[in-house]
Design a binder for this molecule. Structure first.
Ligand SMILES: Nc1ncnc2c1ncn2[C@@H]1O[C@H](COP(=O)(O)OP(=O)(O)O)[C@@H](O)[C@H]1O
Ligand SMILES: [Mg+2]
Length: 172
């Protein structure tokens, strides 16, 4: 599915790097994540403004079968959607400090039965469970973004293997 992908093994951690060449490509990667998601999964999105976090989250919503997904205004911190599983879309962009994050009741979502997708996740890392998948998004050029998918825990390694599909983790 991905145009180019590299398995990277560093410091005992494996990650998968995908290059997206268009917004719809990023959405398709999201759809795949949404299809593979299970109850309680946590997807952390890290990357500057315009790197495609919301675009990816939209794909995840579609992959979960959410029909009414609308890109929400940035002052809405948490939106809940209903698909095959509940989706909690959490956006910490407007957050000033960790005290403010603590006041959101974020843990109830992260430990809930739905799938949590967190934009600007680096702002709430101290509250995030140890097992999750972190996706680091970077701007390459106008239509191109790199996505580094970093699993923490066997459940997310399994998700990554499915996304990586034909690419064999042991070949590098
Ligand atoms: N390959 C790509 N993947 C995702 N977005 C892209 C890509 N190429 C261009 N874009 C554009 O970049 C912007 C990403 O916006 P958005 O998803 O809201 O980013 P973020 O939530 O990270 O601030 C959109 O305007 C989108 O059309
Ligand atoms: Mg966004």
């Amino acid at each position: 599915m991905a145009k180019r992908s590299d398995w990277i093994a560093k410091d005992g951690n494996t990650s998968l790097k995908l290059i997206s060449e268009s917004p719809s490509h990023t959405q398709r990667i999201g759809v795949r994540i949404g299809e593979l998601a299970r109850a309680g999964d946590i997807v952390l999105l890290v990357g500057g403004l315009g790197t495609g976090k919301t675009c990816l989250a939209q794909g995840i919503a579609w992959g979960l079968g959410v029909e009414e997904y609308a890109v929400s205004p940035s002052f809405v911190l948490i939106r809940e959607y209903q698909g095959r599983l509940p989706l909690y879309h959490i956006d910490l962009y407007r957050i000033e400090g960790i005290e403010e994050v603590e006041g959101l009741g974020l843990e109830d979502y992260l430990h809930g039965k739905g799938v949590s997708v967190v934009e600007w996740a680096e702002r709430g890392m101290s509250l995030v469970p140890r097992e999750h998948i972190l996706i680091n998004m970077r701007y390459i050029s106008y239509n191109k973004r790199s996505l580094s998918l970093m699993p923490r825990g066997e459940r997310y390694m399994e998700m990554l293997r499915a996304i990586g599909g034909d690419w064999d983790c042991s070949s590098q």
